[in-house]
Write a protein that binds this ligand. Sequence first.
Ligand code: NOJ
Length: 448
Amino acid sequence: MYTFPKDFLWGVATAAQQIEGAAAEDGRGPSIWDTFSAIPDKIAGNDTPALACDFYHRYPEHLALAKELGFNAFRFSFSWPRILPEGTGAVNQKGLDFYKRMIDEMLRLGLTPNATLYHWDLPQALDDRGGFLTRDIAGWFGDYAEVLFKEFGDVIPLWSTFNEPIATYVGYGHGWFAPGRTGGERDGRTANHHLLLAHGEAVQRFRQSGATGQIGIVVDVWHHHPARPDCPEDVALAERENEKAYRSYLHPLFKGGYSPALTQWMEDNHYLPPILEGDFEKIRQPLDFFGLNCYNRVVDCADPSVNVRQKTEHAGGNFLDNGTEYYPQAIYDALHILKEQYGVTIPIYITENGTHAPDERIVENGVEVIHDPVRIRYFQGFLEWLSKAMAEGVDVRGYFAWTLLDNFEWTAGYGTRFGMATAPVGGGDILLKDSAYWWQEFLKNKKI
Ligand code: NOJ
């Protein structure tokens, strides 16, 4: 049995594009996800984020629910195109006012705001000017960040520059995400490099702004394991995938520059992004905390005829009913990777953890209920492994569950549901799932 520290932050995590809706209201400009989702067949069911959870209007109800369940923090992101409809230039006062109202309400309820500056919703106007493929993005992002540091620098204690930078690599290199560009690996690496520069720029502006809070970045660590640990091809494949994914951020952030292995691979394949003198110094800014998103691990097999799932099961892994592997140790492994391989000693927040699940919505004794035992098992397992790492001395200060309400799950649309509660798209009555009640119970004494 482990009791989490008294001052630990317990929150739910959200993102503007996934919950706000009100896409064309009060002067908001279009984002790359608005544009991308309007292209037929890019999103499951051709869903769009236009309405989402209507958080823009219903935030008092959503925040009150988080509070009622026992959470003491709330992670949200600012929508860049709501603040600066053109991406640069004129500030949309109505957009700023919305966040003022919303943050005030959070503070009134005693929910600690944890803000992200960029959760994938680039203003379309900036993508039209090259987006992350141009170095200009660093200055544009810095200017946008500065608007928010000036406005909210005294009330928000936790700021993250970017959420999961890999989404930008995917969106520019491979086109599965907005803006749907398919420039290949070199463009993906270039977008990544510019994103890291923008991160460095924003941290510098934060320090100059006099803001009183702390700043960090959110990276997702999905560690790749070889399906056959004694097979050199599988080991090499898993290594390369780790280099291409989370290590391509952690190395520049904490060690400086891209790792020798990634650099070699990029050079051999002509994928090296344009790196100028001073770039790596700019990227490697001292951070106040690190945000870890953790969902799972990945198992790689070099032989496509091998059934990886069977192999993994054989090796001790198992799968949830939703088809994804249940591997709660992923969180423990990721925390140790941060500590041992990257020397991370700054406080860590688990900024996202959760799963989609095959919810069973039925009427029992005349009352509608949603059973989601898979989600409960998932949360419980991850919290157990988190507590193990903390008992061993890893400095984790908070945990944010993904997520409060079912929402716009990017290319998977509304059909893939991560919420502990649900409501119709565009808003309506909220129905709590069993997992919400599980959280409410857990948060009474925070013991696992
Ligand atoms: C990570 C992303 O940050 C979030 O936007 C997404 O909805 C969850 N993972 C679930 O896929």
